[in-house]
Design a protein around this ligand. Structure first.
Ligand code: MG
Ligand code: MG
Ligand code: MG
Length: 307
């Protein structure tokens, strides 16, 4: 049976390119493997695939009866439906360890780096398999995407080194310029419905038994979001009504390097405790200076406050 390689729901550039790359790597190790995605590619992920001539994987959301390789996540809430009826054989990730468990032994590559792409480059090297040019370029852009051109606090020296090596393999001279083109596409919000912006980079978590949703929109200038902010608050409210204790939306200004966090919660004092600030204003929000990373600067303090 072919191994299904899949990233998280609401797939980003990393989840998509990681699925493609790990499927390639497993195939070259003699296994049959197919990359899939759990939803349509975001505009910036589509740019990455197009730039390096890679096909968009098919959409699949049900894991029943399948052999699975998870990339870029290990949280059940972000994974395929019916994962308990599948066999997880691999995990390749760069987040906190989630709640996926297996009755069988498995191969896990989980590193505290800025992107799954950095781990995957090391996997290719470990197995002595050459990284195809297109995949090298796509992994390179995925790392620049996840680390916001190295500006995110999640970025490590390993990520920078990986980008340099991958850029050479892909024949890209100015990776920063190409990365900036990608981030401009990621941050172009004009004319995009609030519901789509909300879902583009949205993840559910289980925090102390409570369901918490955290989305993120990264823009070059927060002013671009002024008009749509009230509609984004309404989207947060809809998600919260749908069985969540708290929904946060990080509006991240990648130039100012900080986030305005929209807060819709049954108990906003928990969010205030997490960030040591006050939620207020017309939008019920708070500015958190220096906050760029959901996984490093938002999930850990929230989990602590909800414990
Ligand atoms: Mg991701
Ligand atoms: Mg990632
Ligand atoms: Mg991200």
């Amino acid at each position: 049976m072919a191994i299904t390689v899949v990233g998280h729901k609401n797939p980003d550039a990393d989840s998509i390119t990681a699925a493609i790359a790990v499927a390639d790597l497993l195939s070259k190790r003699g296994m049959e493997a197919t990359p899939v995605i759990q939803g349509p590619a975001t505009p910036d992920a589509a740019f990455v695939l197009k730039t390096f001539g890679l096909a968009t994987p098919a959409i699949e959301t049900d894991a029943t009866g399948k052999d699975i390789a998870l990339v870029d996540h290990s949280d059940l809430a972000q994974s395929m439906d019916n994962l308990d009826k599948a066999k997880v054989l691999f995990v390749v990730d760069h987040h906190k360890l989630g709640d996926v468990t297996t009755p069988n032994p498995l191969e896990m590559w989980v590193w505290p780096v800025g992107c799954s792409g950095t781990v995957i480059k090391a996997m290719y090297e470990f197995y002595g398999i050459e990284i195809p040019k297109g995949i090298a370029g796509a992994l390179m852009l995925a790392i620049l995407n996840d680390t916001v051109l190295f500006k995110s606090p999640t970025c490590t020296d390993a990520d920078k080194k990986a980008v340099e090596g991958l850029a050479k393999l892909a024949g890209v001279a100015d990776f920063k310029a190409l990365g900036m083109d990608m981030l401009k596409i990621k941050g172009s919000v004009e004319g995009i419905p609030a519901v789509d912006l909300m879902n583009r980079d949205y993840k559910d978590f289980n925090m102390g038994g409570k369901k918490v949703g955290i989305g993120q929109v990264e823009v070059l200038d927060l002013g671009l979001l002024d008009k749509i902010k009230p509609a984004l608050v309404e989207e947060c409210k809809k998600l919260q009504k749908d069985g969540r204790h708290t929904v946060l939306l990080l509006l991240t200004d990648i130039m100012k390097e900080g986030s305005e966090i929209l807060v819709v919660s049954s108990d906003a004092s928990l969010v205030e405790k997490a960030f040591g600030g006050k939620v207020g204003g017309a939008l019920n929000s708070m500015w958190v200076e220096g906050c760029m990373s959901r996984k490093k600067q938002v999930v850990p303090p929230m989990e602590k406050a909800f414990a």
